[in-house]
Design a protein around this ligand. Structure first.
Ligand code: ASP
Ligand code: MG
Length: 457
């Protein structure tokens, strides 16, 4: 096994998601996971389940004072429900810390309701992780593990793009080596996912679900030997088990396949998580902190088997934009103009197919947003160039596997099963790891069920 630079000992970075740190029992299960494997020396936590959602609301501009107080008291209840399990003096000390954090939070919320700004919004969002990491460090100590709180903002330096800040990886590495690595020698350090700090000292966040990504970046910066993502499911499944009870956990999957899955809607990992892990070849484990004995999924560079079909991912609420222009016939530069408009609006295209005079493009609806990315401003600009049609209510189905561009009969195995479903757009050929298509929202579950039965029975 590799070892990390500073200590020559194996170093696992363990990340616990919101449900894993939702209450005292859940936190205690995580503490036991840490205790049972001494390579676990850096813990990255999410906010306790539900807290970030409360904070999202709290950071909005139209929250009344009464609602602010109500939200803060709900967050307080979630956290005090955990601290009540400690002995009286520990509980008292922690509650004092929690109360002073919540006091600071309410000052920010008040400022935000007077004058909204994104900077405050990120500062508000950061409180979930600030609270859970302090509490978890204490839970570790109760479990007889030398747990110590560490403020990730000391090392996670970012730009000032509030809400989706970009981490300075070189600086992170340098600061981790000098500030964090020495602490890992005889302590288990507990720190926050999701949050960072810009050069002016403002709090930033890496985007919803960003704790996985934080953990991966820290693993890279510390030359960790393993990254363990502990969540509430026993690894990555062949498809969403809520859609079909035939879905099963995958024991091993390659980085390439797992990245496709994360990108195409498998909600298990933040899509960027695998980038640092792949960059420095750190194997990633995904398992359930509720049932660690059940194992989980190992994601690594080389896997023993590379089946043609590995999984099916589904992403709902996709937007299909078709741009059509007879002038495109034999003309050049049309697509460049279309893409220039999309780039200007910072829109990232997912799938694209073209015909002689039209181009179809699909766009994701980012998690948590209620509004389509294709605003009327975008449509108006595109209309200067061509005819535009926009359709909503579509789902993107991605079949993920290996050698999909080389194997024979792929189209037949997939589409024969779907002969009574209206398939809207098919994308195949750019990657050997996926074949994607769109169906109407109403057909999405049936499509996945049928395909899963045909490809994984
Ligand atoms: N607490 C943050 C969120 O809910 C980050 C995370 O859990 O990964 O989005
Ligand atoms: Mg998550």
């Amino acid at each position: 096994m590799n070892s990390n630079i500073t200590t020559n000992l194996p170093l696992t970075i363990a990340k616990f998601g919101g449900t894993s740190v939702a209450d005292y029992d859940a936190m205690m299960r995580c503490a036991n996971i840490i205790k049972n494997d001494t390579s676990n020396r850096l813990v990255v936590v999410s906010a306790s389940a539900g807290v970030t959602n409360h904070l999202v609301r709290l950071g909005q501009s139209d929250v009344s004072l009464a609602e602010q107080a109500d939200i803060i008291s709900q967050i307080k209840a979630i956290q005090l429900n955990i601290t009540q399990h400690f002995s009286a003096d520990i509980e008292r000390a922690l509650n004092t810390e929690i109360e002073s954090l919540l006091e600071a939070l309410s000052v920010l919320a008040l400022a935000q309701s007077k004058q909204y700004n994104l900077q405050h919004s990120d500062a508000i969002l950061s409180f979930g992780e600030q609270l859970s990491s302090r509490i978890f460090a204490q839970v570790l100590r109760v479990a007889d593990v030398a747990g110590e709180y560490f403020n990730v903002q000391e090392v996670m330096k970012t730009n000032s793009l509030f809400g989706k800040a970009v981490v300075d990886v070189a600086q992170l590495r340098e600061l981790c080596q000098s500030e964090l690595a020495p602490k890992l020698v005889n302590k288990v350090i507990v720190t926050q996912g999701f949050i960072g700090q810009d050069a002016q000292g403002n709090t930033t966040t890496l985007g919803r679900g960003g704790s996985d990504y934080s953990a991966a970046l820290l693993a890279e910066a510390l030359s960790g030997t393993n990254l363990a993502i502990w969540t509430d499911v026993v690894g990555i499944f062949t498809t969403d088990p809520r859609i079909t009870d035939q879905a099963r956990s995958i024991a091993e999957i390659s980085f390439g396949e797992a990245a496709e899955m994360a990108t195409f809607g498998a909600k298990i990992l933040h899509p960027a998580t695998l980038i640092p892990a792949m960059r420095c070849n750190i194997p990633v484990f995904v398992g359930s902190s509720k049932e660690p004995e059940k194992g989980g999924t190992q994601i690594k560079k080389k896997v023993d088997s590379n089946p043609t079909y590995r999984s099916i991912a589904l992403r709902r609420e996709q937007t299909l934009v078709t741009v059509k222009s007879p002038a495109m016939l034999h003309a050049s530069g049309f697509l460049a103009n279309v893409f220039a408009i999309l780039a200007k609006h910072e829109l990232s295209v997912d799938l694209i197919t073209t015909s002689e005079i039209s181009v179809a493009l699909t766009f994701d609806n980012p998690v948590g947003s209620t509004q389509s990315q294709i605003t009327s401003a975008v449509v108006e600009e595109l209309e200067q160039l061509c005819e535009v049609s926009v359709e909503h209510g579509l789902s993107l189905v991605a079949v993920i596997g290996n050698g999909l561009t080389r194997a024979k009969g792929i189209g037949q195995s997939i589409f024969d099963t779907l002969n009574d479903i209206n398939v809207r757009l098919i994308c195949h050929g750019a990657s050997a790891n996926n074949l994607c298509f769109l169906v109407n929202e109403a057909d999405a579950n049936t499509t996945v069920e049928k395909l899963h039965k045909a490809l994984f029975a």
